[in-house]
Design a binder for this molecule. Structure first.
Ligand SMILES: Cc1cc2nc3c(=O)[nH]c(=O)nc-3n(C[C@H](O)[C@H](O)[C@H](O)COP(=O)(O)OP(=O)(O)OC[C@H]3O[C@@H](n4cnc5c(N)ncnc54)[C@H](O)[C@@H]3O)c2cc1C
Length: 187
């Protein structure tokens, strides 16, 4: 049983996993390696003068591994609530968790197959998004969404920030108190 299963390892999903794994939550990331970020050249990410999308995605995967998140390459096909929590079905097998975060970028098929309410996208070239509340919750109990699929502006710093926001909200719910992750300069 995972605390959190995150679908997607682009900026939104990897950023969410970075926070949940670093907070000690048992985290699984399932990714089909179709991130649009791998086509990007980025010069507008605060604190990063310039980088390539592939580097950003690769470093994100290294960061989540450092804190113990498990990464499985594959496609998730459905999410459903059962007696033992939420089950994520993939083409290879299934995984159970307390929370699921959809960070599937341009892909709404998983949400649609799982009975999650979708809306017409409002950002340029985004056809379908998942309906979320301000915290990131979808209409299905325990299933949250972050990043492009949640309708935020499609920029790496925003999608990554949205993933972090959703992760902090879930960690806070699991802990029963608002969570903050501040490291201090080593002297
Ligand atoms: C050509 C191009 C240039 C860009 N340039 C910039 C720029 O200069 N600056 C900037 O800020 N932004 C830029 N962007 C936008 C930026 O890349 C995106 O806003 C942002 O990275 C999207 O993050 P995301 O995590 O929401 O989605 P993605 O990075 O697309 O990640 C989604 C992940 O979910 C996975 N996934 C989807 N469905 C499933 C499933 N069912 N099962 C398992 N995995 C699944 C995909 O494989 C993918 O890895 C650019 C985008 C493009 C295409």
């Amino acid at each position: 049983m995972y605390d959190i299963i995150i679908i997607g390892a682009g900026p939104a999903g990897a950023s969410a996993a970075l926070f949940t794994a670093k907070a000690g939550k048992k985290t699984l990331v399932i990714d089909s390696d179709q991130s649009v970020t791998k086509r990007a050249w980025v010069e507008n990410h605060y604190g990063v003068p310039e980088t390539t999308g592939p580097d950003l995605v690769q470093i994100g995967k290294q960061q989540i591994a450092k804190f113990g998140a498990e990464l499985v390459t594959g496609k998730a096909t459905a999410v459903a609530r059962g007696e033992d929590g939420l089950t994520v079905q993939t083409e290879e097998g299934s995984y159970t968790g307390k929370y699921v975060v959809l960070a599937t970028g341009l892909f709404a098929d998983l949400a649609e197959a799982s009975g999650i309410t979708t809306l017409t996208g409002t950002e340029p070239r985004i056809k379908t998004i998942v309906q979320v509340d301000a915290a990131g919750r979808t209409n299905v109990d325990g299933v949250w969404a972050a990043g492009t699929i949640a309708g935020v502006s499609m920029h790496t710093i925003i999608t990554a920030g949205d993933g972090a926001k959703v992760a902090i909200n879930i960690i806070s719910e699991l802990n029963g108190a608002r969570y903050v992750d501040h490291d201090v300069m080593k002297s």
